[in-house]
Design a protein around this ligand. Structure first.
Ligand SMILES: Nc1ncnc2c1ncn2[C@@H]1O[C@H](COP(=O)(O)OP(=O)(O)OP(=O)(O)O)[C@@H](O)[C@H]1O
Length: 636
């Protein structure tokens, strides 16, 4: 059984009692691969990894990359030079003659050793500085590229499970590991050059000395690799537990859930969960601490035996006159110096391989995301006359049934059109198709005569504003929440706030429009659900788009505010076009046209009086709601 497999088996046995809910999840995609990868697999992947790392580092900063690489190589050359100069020092010191003469003879070589050491130290320090500088630059580059893609891809990408998981892996591990890959590449280079300099020095001193380096290297390399694998295995085993622990700590120490923790007396439950997970994490860490200690001890023991064998061999070579004393002395110094380079080389290779797998995920995600980026579209948008969906069909990725099936609706300029229907009937999906956020699988959505499939998404969204049902509560100032990235115009902002009924909300805030709407920050304030909704509506008015889509804009408003808002929408929208989604049929009765959806199809359409006359589904729903208002006791 290979060493790696035995680590894996032992982990299986040791962690057999791990709680079932803490099993390894999707984001730890490479565990098996990492734990089973032998030196051969690592060595095969290394060149590609180093190539990828240098490429990304080069993109981040040419100067720092060049400095890190060139200075590391030069420092290696000075290491070899210094060791060979040490041999000259020892030769002079061990030569026959008076002590003062021997020391004097050694001085030029000593100066060379000192100069080489100083230059080497200087170069390594600058290389390390360049390496440190590279880390944040590489991480920023990787993160920026990721967010450029995540904000550009089609919205459907976020409904695709594979995309979602891949994005999480790229964000959680890929981005930080991009910097690790670069850092470890430089470390591998440093370690490899250190070992190479030692090998070259020994080769120059006497070719027979080179194999001795290998003998001392093996136990150290074995212990370093095995210990690193154990640490990694333990880290992976507890990482699910850690994520759960972070979630629990947020639940116990963050503001939003604090009220419910008390209201539902969740304290004991949460603390119990926390304790269960923390206890598991501690058990795993204590296990690995012991295993790593024994591995290190075994490595040191074997290393000591190997070193004794090497020194014994050197002693014999000296005794039988194969080597002069100075060469033996230099060989001992060289072997000692190479050992730390070797340990760092092995650990860096291992870490590079590990980080490389996650960095590979990041590159894979970027390639996948590029496929979700909409193609360049050039069709221009004429002044708005109408927007219409024609026989559109749309199925969410992974869903069995279509959310919309053969739906046709039309919204003419200046109209207020309402979409109504029971939960899940497809209203929000249709609104998103009209706004160009989703593209239909079949059928067409047209702006005048132009197919939205030919129109650039950003151009379209300048002309259509959507206030989503689950609109975001942006942790920004009230003003920023209304202007939302548009140039600020105080007069227009105040007008939009007035139209949305948000002016009264803003008047009560300590700093008015400048108030930060997030209690987690100093001076921040919190709004109620209805107040947030008014701010969101003000945002729609501020955008001054041709078409405004409101998805349940009044769900959190009290009846008086709701009535006032619908009145304002009717007046403020004068000349503009509104698509309104609402469950409150009382509020949509003034719409120019009402579409009733049911299970992804339009089942009725017309004005409020038309639909009441038809006596269909709308009439039934309207009657039901009206009855609830007429008979408050039966509505309870
Ligand atoms: N992101 C999604 N992925 C998969 N299915 C979805 C997604 N969003 C909605 N659906 C499904 O599509 C159907 C239509 O949903 P939609 O949100 O359009 O309904 P709705 O009429 O707006 O409902 P509600 O009145 O509850 O807001 C539902 O069956 C829903 O489960």
């Amino acid at each position: 059984m290979s060493g790696n497999r035995s680590i894996r088996m032992r982990w299986r046995r040791r962690t057999a009692a791990e709680p079932a809910d803490l099993v390894v999840p999707y984001w730890q995609a490479h565990d098996e691969e990492l734990l089973s990868a032998g030196l051969g697999a690592i060595a095969r992947r290394l060149p590609a990894l180093v190539h990828d790392a240098i490429r990304v580092a080069w993109q981040a900063s040419r100067t720092d990359t060049a400095a890190a690489l060139v200075l590391t190589v030069l420092a290696g050359l000075f290491t070899a030079f210094g060791l060979l100069a040490t041999n000259d020092v020892l030769e002079s010191l061990f030569a026959a003659g008076a002590t003062a003469d021997r020391v004097r003879a050694a001085i030029p070589a000593l100066l060379l050793v000192g100069t080489a050491a100083a230059l080497r130290a200087g170069m390594l320090a600058v290389a390390a500085w360049a390496q440190e500088r590279l880390k944040p630059q590489v991480e920023r580059l990787a993160e920026t590229r990721l967010f450029r893609l995540t904000t550009r891809v089609e919205l459907t990408a976020f409904d695709d499970e594979e995309f979602h998981n891949s994005m999480q892996r790229a964000r959680d591990n890929g981005v930080p590991d991009s910097a690790t890959v670069v850092e470890m590449t430089v470390n591998v280079l440093t370690g490899a050059i250190g070992v190479l300099s030692a090998a070259v020095t020994l080769g120059v001193l006497h070719p027979a000395l080179m194999p001795l380096l290998l003998v001392t290297a093996v136990p150290d390399a074995w212990a370093a690799l095995r210990s690193a694998r154990m640490r990694y295995a333990a880290f992976r085993r507890v990482s699910t537990a850690r994520r759960r622990k972070f979630l629990l700590s947020d639940l116990m120490a963050e503001r939003p859930p604090a009220a419910e923790v008390r209201a539902f007396t969740l304290r004991r439950f949460l603390l119990g969960e926390y304790d269960r997970i923390a206890e598991y994490e501690q058990r795993v860490e204590l296990d690995v601490a012991w295993q790593r200690a024994t591995t290190r001890m075994t490595g040191d023991l074997l290393g000591g035996v190997a070193l004794a064998a090497v020194y014994g061999t050197l002693g014999l070579m000296l005794a039988f006159g194969f080597l002069p004393l100075a060469v033996v002395g230099t060989a001992v110094l060289t072997i000692r110096a190479s050992q730390s380079s070797l340990a760092s080389l092995v650990q860096s290779v291992n870490k590079l391989y590990e980080a490389g797998l996650y960095f590979g995920d990041y590159l894979e995600f970027c390639a996948m995301a590029e496929r979700f980026v909409p193609p360049e579209r050039t069709a221009r948008l004429d002044p708005f006359r109408r927007i219409a969906a024609e026989s559109v069909r749309f199925t969410y990725p992974g869903a069995d049934t279509p959310a919309l099936d053969g739906v046709s609706v039309a919204v003419e300029r200046g109209e207020i059109v309402a979409l109504v229907g029971e939960n899940g009937s497809g209203k929000t999906t249709l609104a998103k198709l009209l706004a160009g956020l989703y593209a239909p699988d079949s059928g067409t959505v047209r702006w005048n005569d132009a197919d939205l499939a030919d129109v650039d998404g950003d151009t379209l969204r300048e002309r259509i504003s959507v206030i989503a049902q689950d609109h975001t509560r942006w942790p920004l100032t009230a003003a920023q929440n209304i202007t939302m990235g548009r140039p600020r115009d105080d007069e227009r902002m105040a007008e939009a706030a007035r139209a949305a009924g948000a002016d009264a909300v803003l008047a009560r805030l300590d700093d008015g429009y400048e108030t930060l709407l997030d209690r987690r920050f100093r001076g921040g304030q919190e709004l109620s659900g209805g107040q947030w909704q008014r701010i969101a509506i003000a945002r729609a008015f501020y955008r001054d788009a041709d078409v405004m889509i409101f998805d349940e804009p009044t769900s959190a408003l009290d009846p008086r505010a709701e009535h006032a808002l619908f009145e304002r929408i009717r007046h403020h929208a004068a000349g503009r076009t509104v698509v309104l989604i609402s469950h409150r049929l009382f509020s949509v009765r003034y719409a120019d046209r009402i579409y009733v959806l049911d299970r992804g199809r339009v089942v009725e359409q017309g004005t409020h009086p038309d639909l009441l006359r038809t006596g269909g589904r709308y009439a039934q729903l309207y009657e039901l709601q009206a009855a609830a208002y007429r008979e408050p006791s039966s509505a309870c």
